[in-house]
Design a protein around this ligand. Structure first.
Ligand code: ZN
Length: 109
């Protein structure tokens, strides 16, 4: 991941976050040509994936591909977790699943 250029003020914020809630400080930063990386030591692969998802979610990005999500769920008023493309893929899968369930029920009769 490319580091984000940060100002001295942002360095202070990262330090504050680290003390209060380290997870929010996680990231890759560039300060005056120096790279600062904040990550959890010995995090498992699953933990890293979880953090990536959480970061994307918090930033309103598709959790699968990181595309900016613009559409909101009318039921909750919140941004969808997925971009249009990935949402339609999942809708498709759900349709296939329920079709398969229906087919299985018919088979039992
Ligand atoms: Zn996507």
């Amino acid at each position: 991941m490319e580091p984000i250029k940060v100002s001295p003020n942002q360095i202070d914020k990262i330090a504050t976050d680290l003390k209060k809630d380290p997870e929010t400080a996680i990231g890759n930063y560039l300060f005056k040509g120096y790279r600062i990386q904040v990550s959890k030591y010995k995090a498992s692969g699953a933990e890293r994936v979880q953090q990536l998802y959480k970061r994307r979610r918090d930033n309103g990005l598709c959790i699968v591909c990181g595309t900016k999500v613009t559409r909101k769920n009318p039921a909750t008023g919140k941004l969808y977790r997925l971009c249009d493309h990935h949402r339609s893929l999942i809708d498709q899968k759900n349709k296939e699943k329920s079709a398969a369930r229906k087919a299985a029920k018919k088979g039992k009769k």
